[in-house]
Design a protein around this ligand. Structure first.
Ligand SMILES: [Zn+2]
Length: 52
């Protein structure tokens, strides 16, 4: 019984951790990620925030 509740919290904590990894270190705001493709066809992920 107690194990069921344990696993539920584990999933919630995991998803929370995931969203926490996308915040700016500088201001703490959520960082927007944009995938920009260069003329040569290379994909680059750009993070847009105050510390761009
Ligand atoms: Zn920022």
């Amino acid at each position: 019984m107690s194990e069921k509740g344990k696993s539920k919290t584990g999933v919630a904590a995991r998803s929370e951790n995931k969203s926490k990894s996308i915040v700016c270190r500088n201001c703490g705001n959520k960082i927007e990620t944009v995938i920009a493709v260069s003329p040569s066809g290379k994909k680059r992920i750009r993070r847009i925030c105050c510390c761009e």
